[in-house]
Write a protein that binds this ligand. Structure first.
Ligand SMILES: Cc1cc2nc3c(=O)[nH]c(=O)nc-3n(C[C@H](O)[C@H](O)[C@H](O)COP(=O)(O)OP(=O)(O)OC[C@H]3O[C@@H](n4cnc5c(N)ncnc54)[C@H](O)[C@@H]3O)c2cc1C
Length: 450
């Protein structure tokens, strides 16, 4: 079999699906073919927490994700609000006075930058609790709680140690499968083709070779292969500076509903030392790989509710070997069996009701996938050295929320249209300057990561 397309997209995760939508639906380009090796939206895009946030430390990500949320709202409206966009916000909580002051200063800086009004509680203004009524009705801006009692009056599930909290409002959840299916469905209706097949080679010109021998000729090629970016780029002789980090999430059944429906994504900012029984502590101490759970662990344990479960995430904990990362991710990924119990113990510091689930770790499902990252933890979107080839990847832990702006940007590159002001900061060519890469340390890999 052989065929011809104007543009071939390699990869049908959220980023590839959004790219097909932007090319075929928004820009009305004919001859778009997306090639996916497995189930569309079945790899990393099926494993996320499905959260989005307008809350980033750097100006580039603030503009990029802000644009993506604007586009997400447009898609939500175009779908008849059928892609599950909700706006419960993100709630950052601390029991530490210095961290409370830092959150307050960040909130003031965000308000001064124009990220919406800042309401301080207790204070003169009314606090509007997050609801499940949809994203349009949610308040803008930020709510800063400067008293633990006032915070717990609005969020009674939080611990007594909490002394302050920052509720950032332009954040929430979406349904990644519904969103992805809507994008692919609309793209297909507009004439795009979705093919099942693994791309195993690319010849000049281009001729895209699939496993099994089929070939597709095309003028332009867009790589959206998620964690397989290094392998896909190698087919073009390119070696973008990317690595993959394994990240897990834990599904904790919550029959007692210790955190209510409609709760924000809630994050404990402070380092914690977990409570273990003497027998558990002895078992952990005897294992060279697990004794780390007896140490003080970094802040950042967080959860959201999804259906009957709490989803627990603790991205700041390092998976074994995560520090080096890998360019050859293995599937299915293997997770530390202790991680679920560690997650439960960590979340119990933030939500004491979670203590009811101590010991339930072995019965919790752990899943997840790979964050594909560039050394500055910014996406790689733009032209590759081979003329006519582009990449839209390295979307780290923000590819579901970032897919819309990523797709819009790569579409503008492919069609040679005007680019937004953040395009240069995300272009692969930034790494052609050796001084740029030399200025990045290990900490840069985590910039903006919660
Ligand atoms: C635990 C966890 C929690 C997360 N939480 C969030 C969150 O709350 N919000 C958020 O925005 N992001 C989140 N993320 C990140 C997000 O899931 C990813 O950034 C996003 O899914 C990446 O999408 P993608 O399309 O680039 O990659 P993928 O979804 O991995 O899709 C890439 C596709 O390309 C295909 N492919 C690769 N190579 C080839 C080839 N040679 N031929 C054909 N097909 C190929 C693969 O089969 C795959 O389907 C999370 C990630 C993890 C692991």
């Amino acid at each position: 079999m052989s065929g011809r397309a104007a543009i071939v997209i390699v990869g049908g995760g959220m980023v590839g699906a959004a790219t097909a939508y932007h090319l075929a639906v928004r820009q009305k380009i004919r001859g778009v073919t997306l090639v996916e090796a497995g189930e569309p939206l079945g790899l990393t895009s099926a494993m996320g927490t499905e959260a989005y946030r307008q809350w980033w430390p750097g100006a580039t990500m603030r503009r990029f994700i802000g644009r993506s949320i604007d586009l997400l709202e447009e898609v939500s409206a175009a779908s008849g609000e059928a892609v599950g966009v909700e706006r419960q916000g993100y709630l950052f909580v601390t029991g530490d006075a210095a961290e409370a002051a830092r959150l307050g200063a960040e909130a003031e800086a965000a308000a001064a930058r124009g990220e919406g009004p800042l309401r301080v509680h207790p204070g003169g203004e009314r606090y509007t609790a997050p609801g499940r009524s949809g994203w349009r009705e949610a308040p803008a801006g930020l709510d800063l709680f400067t008293s633990g009692a006032r915070l717990r009056a609005s969020f009674p599930f939080l611990c007594e140690e909490a002394i302050a909290g920052l509720h950032v409002r332009r954040c929430g959840f979406l349904d990644a499968q519904r969103l992805g299916r809507f994008l692919l469905g609309e793209a297909t209706r507009a004439g795009a083709e979705v093919l099942r097949g693994r791309v195993v080679g690319v010849e000049d010109g281009f001729k895209v070779r699939l496993e099994g021998g089929a070939e597709i000729g095309c003028e332009k090629l867009v790589l959206a292969p998620g964690p397989m970016l290094a392998a896909a780029a190698a087919m073009l002789g390119a070696a973008p500076p990317v690595r993959c980090e394994l990240h897990a999430k834990v599904h904790i059944p919550d029959p007692a509903r210790v955190a209510p429906e409609g709760a924000p994504l809630t994050i404990w900012q402070d380092p914690v030392r977990l409570g273990w029984s003497a027998a558990e502590a002895a078992a952990l101490a005897s294992s060279p790989t697990e004794r780390r759970w007896l140490e003080v662990l970094p802040g950042g344990a967080h959860f959201r509710r999804r259906g009957a479960d709490l989803l627990g995430i603790w991205t700041t904990l390092k998976e074994e070997g995560a520090e080096e990362g890998t360019t050859r991710p293995e599937f299915p990924p293997v997770f530390d069996p202790w991680f679920a119990e560690v997650m439960i113990r960590g979340l119990a510091r933030l939500v004491p009701g979670v203590a009811a689930y101590f010991g339930a770790g072995p019965r919790c499902r752990i899943d997840g996938g790979y964050y594909c990252k560039a050394p500055d933890n910014l996406p790689l979107i733009g032209a590759l050295p081979t003329a006519g080839a582009y990449v839209v990847g390295a979307l780290s832990g923000f590819g579901i929320m970032g897919a819309q702006a990523a797709a819009e940007l790569v579409t503008a590159h492919v069609l040679e249209r005007p680019l937004p002001d953040y395009a240069g900061a995300l272009a692969p060519a930034r790494f052609a300057d050796p001084s740029y890469a030399a200025g990045l340390d290990q900490a840069a890999l985590r910039i903006g990561q919660l």
